[in-house]
Ligand binder design. Structure first.
Ligand code: MRU
Length: 331
């Protein structure tokens, strides 16, 4: 069973309980977030992280945000909502208590749906795991990044349940080490045969170690299949292509943004220098050095063999196949 990454306790005045992921892998600690500021802070610090888990956290964050609201009129509700987020404007004419209950129900629905989606992704992706060979993954797209057993890692978890024999190479994932701190921990927890490597070892491993496929998660996917994910994913895709290894993205359909034509339109967050120069409290670069620290990069669709979604596999995604896939599933 996957660990429970995020859950809600109580009614509208309840709390959101998350795993404090910055402490993993040495300590599994749950923390209770009682107000919206604590939720903001948890997301910023990556105490809760991964695209689906952040979505769920955001939804619970709205409920937390209304905890201290005294709104009695639609205008006051709007004022408070503006301060929290814009998602729930349709609720402005409801009595405050009913609106808060509706927001909580909505957040719970997002969480429950995410669990079902993870299972479906695992089911659809498991046949792609190379029998008797190795796969490689980057960052953490596991249970810790979702409400259930993940996206890219769901594929491994399901393949194991089906009795497949395989091994996984885990990229460490500099600078914040989601691979070594979180993915290695999750795979070990689920008894999946795995080996941790530094990011700069991936080329050699792909050439010499019988890697049959790469599976990664996604943070945002453009209309042509260009995919934003954790920094380093693009490099892994280039290496996979150079070695003739299929590179799969595993993501719920909610990750697609069909309004953006390609990856050039995806804004990339840049984070603090400190993550690179003194990661985990140890200074490893000279003071004053200039640093570039993008948190994500974009993998061009040409490097992607397929995108596993809960609705099916999009093979060789491009500007025609992605919209056509959604068109087929709209009918
Ligand atoms: O900065 P993070 O740790 O939130 O980055 C996580 C990733 O990039 C994941 O691969 C992505 O969010 C998909 S998680 C199912």
């Amino acid at each position: 069973m996957p660990v429970s990454t995020i859950e809600w306790h109580g009614g509208v005045d309840g709390i959101c309980r998350i795993i404090e992921q910055t402490l993993l892998p040495t300590e599994l600690k749950y923390v209770d977030l009682a107000d919206q500021r604590q939720m903001w802070d948890a997301i910023k610090r990556l105490a809760v992280r991964g695209a689906p888990a952040i979505g769920i956290a955001g939804a619970f964050g709205v409920v937390l945000g209304f905890k201290d609201s005294k709104a009695t009129t639609p205008a006051e509700f709007d004022r408070d909502l503006e301060a929290i987020t814009k998602v729930a404007q349709g609720l402005r004419t409801m009595p405050l208590q009913a609106a808060r209950e509706r927001l909580l129900a909505e957040a719970q629905t997002i969480l429950t749906e995410d669990k079902a989606i993870c299972r479906k992704l695992g089911e659809i992706g498991a046949p792609l795991v190379p029998q008797g060979r190795s796969a490689l993954t980057h960052c953490n797209a596991g249970g810790l990044a979702t409400a259930d057993y993940g996206t890219a890692l769901a594929v491994f978890f399901r393949a194991k349940e089906l009795g497949k024999r395989f091994h996984v190479y885990v990229d460490e994932t500099r600078p914040l080490l989601q691979g070594s701190r979180l993915t290695a921990w999750e795979l070990q927890h689920e008894g999946i045969d795995s080996t941790l490597i530094c990011d700069n070892m991936a080329a050699m491993v792909m050439r010499d170690k019988d890697v049959g496929a790469v599976f990664v998660g996604a943070d945002r996917i453009a209309r042509n299949g260009d995919t934003a994910n954790k920094i380093g994913t693009y490099g892994v895709s280039v290496l996979a292509k150079a070695h003739g290894i299929p590179f799969y993205v595993v993501a719920p359909v909610s990750t697609f943004d069909l309004t953006i034509p390609d990856g050039k339109h995806i804004p990339i967050e840049e984070r603090e220098d400190k993550e690179v120069t003194e990661g985990f409290g140890k200074r490893t670069a000279p003071t004053g050095v200039r640093v570039f620290n993008p948190a994500f990069d974009v993998t061009p669709h040409a490097n992607i063999a397929g995108i596993v979604t809960e609705l099916g596999l999009i093979e060789r995604p491009d500007a025609e196949r992605v919209p056509a896939f959604f068109e087929r599933h709209r009918r």
